[in-house]
Ligand binder design. Sequence first.
Ligand code: ATP
Ligand code: MG
Length: 333
Amino acid sequence: MQRVFSGIQPSGIPTLGNYLGAIRNWVPMMRDHECIYCVVDLHAITQPFDPKALASQTREMAAALMACGVTPDRCVLFVQSHVHAHARLAWIFNCVARLGWLNRMTQFKDKAGKDRENAGAGLYVYPNLMAADILAYHATRVPVGEDQKQHLELANDIAQKFNHDFGETFFPPIEPIIQGVAARVMSLRDGTRKMSKSDPSDQSRINLTDDADTIALKIRRAKTDAEPLPAELAALEGRPEARNLVGILAAITGQEPQQVLRAHEGQGFGTFKGVLTDALVAHLGPIQAEMQRLLDDPAAVDAGLRRGAEKAAAIAEPIVARAEALVGFLPRG
Ligand code: ATP
Ligand code: MG
């Protein structure tokens, strides 16, 4: 059975982009893979964050995952900082990865913005930690949104260089699994930027916890154009906001974007946005109710995460200990 790893940062409330591009694809993989899913709090401190809110955000993220069907009885679900193997292997990878490789990473450029001198060093080496997250488990399949493709290529470069430098075929190649019509959900305010939970504008995204009124308002305010919907997908070229809303409705209703266009051809956005709102409210309602039910008993969520961390450590410890031995560290006597 192949081993799967994926993670999500507790850097805010999960968005529709996280759900459609990543979380939703995690669930079917649990049927025929050994799945390891992680709330990556070490990654979340690479950007400005509130230390008083981080713990509860981490628990809420775990509850959101569980509510989406990522239940601890069917996978290994845990918090990254609870398993020290990640940080240990990340340090080794900081020494394996080349500056030239990291300089090409577009996520760093996006997140650091113009004031690059003032970005944290952690943000720069983020992809090395991500490589460690996956390779500490010898995981070979990684379901992610399209924005993470470049980081996975880098993880493969790191694995290859480690293998080359330390004389073994120790780390296996990683295969990204980028699935579905919504592998890249865009911001509601700007169809050229991806939807992100850390975007300063709450209007740019649908949060999984948004109530019906909030969803309706955000969709109503979502940027669009004045043209009606065309019959053919190709005609949406150059209309990124329209393309995004069509893609979201397709993903949420299990259709292809072309089918959505056939059904709504000639419609203006006033009508289409109403249909989209209803579909989102109907889909997210049960997830929200389950998340609330789970958060009513935070100790139970934490206990599930503790058991997950124990299972994760049992897999990662021997792998990272072997990596340390290959590097030449003196074993603890
Ligand atoms: P942040 O803004 O803090 O980086 P994020 O919304 O990008 O948050 P991450 O925790 O970085 O979320 O990523 C979690 C998973 O969600 C990853 O697999 C990522 O590829 C996926 N993902 C993130 N944003 C989108 C999006 N807009 N569309 C599809 N998938 C996405
Ligand atoms: Mg991100």
